[in-house]
Design a protein around this ligand. Structure first.
Ligand code: 6PG
Length: 250
């Protein structure tokens, strides 16, 4: 089941996504004592981090009960400009009282296959189980590229076919770079996935995806969680799209 929202600005999109994160987080902490959330790389999440750490929102979650994971990571050291961990540390972790042991970084600085194996073991040790014994994440934040990639699940890459592991290394030829990424089975076990996509450059791929919801033309189309899927769009990304989108004008 997916719900689509479109906002008249990226700032409004980020505000509503941040407040949704808080709402789900409060429920998870009330129910099981912890919140497990996987962060996304890219630029869109930065505004969400900025809002959730502002004076209005920063005290609405007990950060000591939040465990942070990553949906993907670039194979670079944590202090590298391209590191998703570095972005999250600068815009989020450095602004909240979250215990360091609750932040689970993908080791972009080591051999990709070893980093993926280590991460999978960590996930098995930390994540809660659903009633079929499957490990799940409460909230997964994702972005979407103009080519329909999400996390580091890029078109025509090996990771799209990895169904027997929760984490895998992935060589992305067009970037001439290795990545580490959660796989479809891990993403699709999530209880809530929030896909954040704004800007004109996302409009064409979004139009194609929503016109053929059962197709498998783009990696993001196979993000079909057992839980709930929410699309957080802005009006530039959702322009002229004929789909059941809730337009929120503020
Ligand atoms: C990454 C992200 C990637 C990102 C998309 C959208 O590591 O870069 O996981 O999948 O979410 O490329 O990026 P923007 O939010 O910057 O458009």
């Amino acid at each position: 089941m997916s719900t689509l929202y479109s906002f008249n600005s990226a700032a409004s999109l980020a505000l509503h996504a941040a407040e949704h994160w808080i709402e789900i987080g409060q429920q998870a902490i009330k129910k099981r004592g912890l919140l497990h959330i996987a962060l996304s790389g890219g630029s869109t999440p930065k505004q969400v981090h900025q809002i959730i750490t502002d004076a209005t929102h920063v005290n609405q979650l007990d950060w000591s009960k939040v465990h942070f994971y990553f949906g993907d990571e670039r194979c670079v050291p944590p202090q590298h400009a391209d590191s998703n961990y570095r972005m999250a540390n600068e815009t989020l972790f450095s602004k909240i009282p979250c215990p360091p042991e609750n932040i689970h970084r993908m080791q972009g600085e080591i051999d990709p296959a070893s980093a993926a194996q280590d991460y999978a073991k960590m996930l098995q040790a930390h994540l809660p189980r659903n009633n079929t014994g499957e490990a799940f994440i409460d909230i997964v934040l994702l972005g979407m590229g103009p080519d329909g990639h999400t996390a580091s699940l890029f078109p025509d890459t090996a990771a799209l076919k990895v169904m027997h592991k929760s984490v895998t290394e992935n060589y992305v030829a067009k970037l001439h770079a290795w990545r580490i990424t959660l796989t479809y089975p891990m993403f699709n076990a999530a209880h809530n996935i929030l896909i954040l996509a704004h800007g004109e450059e996302k409009n064409l791929v979004l139009k194609r995806i929503l016109a053929s919801p059962t197709a498998h033309d783009y990696p993001i189309q196979d993000i079909q969680p057992n839980g709930k899927l929410f699309w957080y769009l802005d009006d530039k990304a959702s322009k002229n799209i004929d789909a059941p989108i809730q337009h929120i004008q503020e």
